[in-house]
Design a protein around this ligand. Structure first.
Ligand SMILES: NC(=O)c1ccc[n+]([C@@H]2O[C@H](COP(=O)([O-])OP(=O)(O)OC[C@H]3O[C@@H](n4cnc5c(N)ncnc54)[C@H](O)[C@@H]3O)[C@@H](O)[C@H]2O)c1
Length: 384
């Protein structure tokens, strides 16, 4: 029921990355032919990816690998021409960094998607479906309830409130207290970072153009994805990597705001499963879906679970610092993906963290570039 014709040949842009490489391995084990187009960005894969990147090495010699950028039209066209499905993951992915590398984020995330669409519109190709990695970042602060104004979608917080330690969002109409709700797909789209704007734009570009050429699109709005394989060196993504690195190096963790800010952490295998259902199930066509666990976890809870799994005592400083572009809370409403694609996240946070810690223990850690990233953001007035 609901399955489309067999689509065997899959191109994953950014397929050497965290989610892409895990998806590639899963698809290969299910008999798909996988091609990966990835430029092995040094922020993710280090300066010597061929020898140093565990993610690249996990797919090396298993997929057809093309080293190149989605911003290069000809390379992208050649990679995409004879595929059945394009899974478009290649992107710059740091929320904080996007606030001062604006052109780069637009060029790669929006420009890469523009190339893909030009290829689909102008070239002779066999692509029958596009999957795009969107993000919960498109919602900005997400959905809340105000006793007077019902469902509301607060704008990004003001520096003046944040500087006074007033971190919670307020009703946009009466400035009153509001309570957090799960964010559903029909919520207001109002990103609070350039990264979020690029993800919103990617979705919209694909839905508008692919409709006119009758190629179905599926957008997955991933929450915070974690698990074995996530970058331990990229200072802009993944607090789990950053915190683990600091914990293992017995360094103090600077907890931003008051530590009560929360995210929905979803395990990589649940994300891969949802993405594959998007590839094979036509009920996903031309829809956008949240992918998460539907459970908010605070930053302080993250530190505690990680420290317990690592068997270390956390040294923490709740600093009240904040980064522009960061949101206060967000967690997914999963009704749509649950009812249309039977998605049910299977891995609880504690279990997933154990798997992450087991894997991270086998990797090299380096938290120096995290500290550098904060210095850079502070210099630019984006970290307070
Ligand atoms: N990991 C998350 O929590 C999360 C959450 C929401 C959305 N997403 C989205 O999912 C997708 C995959 O995320 P990820 O966590 O695997 O990220 P990642 O950074 O691990 O992987 C991205 C990959 O894209 C490659 N890349 C970057 N620029 C490129 C370019 N110009 N041309 C070709 N390849 C390029 C990188 O080398 C990397 O291998 C991204 O689009 C991201 O925005 C991720």
């Amino acid at each position: 029921m609901g399955k489309t014709q067999l689509m065997k040949k899959i191109l994953i842009t950014g397929g050497a990355g965290f989610i892409g490489s895990r998806l590639a391995l899963n698809l290969l084990s299910n008999g798909y032919e996988v091609t990966v187009l990835d430029n092995l960005s040094s922020q993710i894969h280090g300066n010597a990816p061929e020898t140093e990147s565990p993610l690249y090495r996990s797919i090396e010699n298993k997929v057809v690998f093309i080293r190149g950028s989605v911003t290069d039209y000809n390379v992208f066209r050649d990679a995409a021409m004879d595929q059945d499905v394009v899974v478009h993951f290649a992107a710059e992915t740091g929320t904080g960094q996007s606030m001062y590398e604006i052109k780069k984020y637009m060029d790669v995330n929006v420009g890469g998607t523009a190339n893909l669409l030009d290829i689909l519109v102008k070239e002779k190709h066999s692509v029958k479906k596009v999957i795009v990695a969107s993000s919960r970042a498109i919602y900005g602060e997400g959905k809340y309830f105000c006793s007077e104004h019902e469902n509301v979608f607060p704008a990004s917080r003001n520096d003046s409130d944040l500087l006074q330690g007033d971190f919670e969002c307020k009703c946009p109409y009466c400035q009153g207290k509001i309570s957090l709700l799960p964010t559903s797909e029909d919520s207001l789209i109002h990103p609070s970072s350039i990264y979020g704007i690029t993800k919103q734009t990617q979705e919209e570009m694909l839905f508008v153009v692919c409709k006119s050429i009758m190629i179905p699109v599926v957008a997955f709005r991933y929450q915070n994805v974690y698990g074995p394989g996530q970058s331990l060196t990229n200072p802009y993504t993944g607090i789990l990597s950053i915190f683990s690195s600091l914990l293992m190096n017995e360094k103090e963790i600077n907890i931003f705001e008051d530590g009560q800010e929360s995210r929905d952490f979803v395990y990589i295998d649940d994300v891969v499963e949802a993405t594959i259902s998007g590839i094979i199930d036509h009920r996903a066509d031309n829809e956008a879906f949240n992918v998460g666990t539907g459970i908010p976890t605070t930053v302080l809870q993250v530190v505690n679970v990680l420290a317990e799994s690592l068997g270390v005592k956390a040294k923490i400083k709740i600093s009240g610092n904040f980064r522009n572009g960061d949101i206060r809370h967000n967690y997914a409403d999963l009704k749509k993906i649950g009812s249309k694609l039977n998605y049910l996240p299977g891995i609880p946070f504690q279990t997933g963290i154990r798997e992450f810690v087991k894997w991270a223990g086998t990797q090299k850690f380096d938290c120096s570039n995290y500290t550098d990233s904060l210095i850079e953001m502070k210099k630019l007035g984006l970290f307070k």
